[in-house]
Design a protein. Structure first.
Length: 97
């Protein structure tokens, strides 16, 4: 069960990142952290397309973030989640944007 406070924080982060409100309430995500993860390898970079606010517009753009050494790519044992962990990497740096 997602807490209302967590959903509010997620919506605020979405607004800050995209420069607009989400079109609908963000759906709850069912994620139960496992007791162990599968190590896939060293994470080099992540690349994604987003319509985050950039220079006053919301056009889709490709973003690539390179990682420092020590960042690992891990997977949930059920194969449905990939996690990035370690190094100097912080998603909060992307949210500041």
């Amino acid at each position: 069960m997602i807490r209302a406070q967590d959903q509010h924080k997620a919506i605020q982060a979405f607004k800050k990142f995209h420069g607009r409100s989400p079109e609908k309430n963000m759906p709850p995500v069912d994620f139960t952290p496992p007791k162990s993860l599968v190590y896939l390898g060293r994470a080099i970079a992540v690349e994604y397309e987003s319509t985050k606010k950039l220079y006053g517009n919301h056009r889709p753009r490709l973003y690539r973030h390179k990682f420092s050494k020590g960042v690992r790519l891990l997977a949930h044992p059920n194969g449905k989640w990939v996690l990035i962990h370690g190094g100097k990497f912080r998603v909060s740096d992307w949210l500041r944007g």
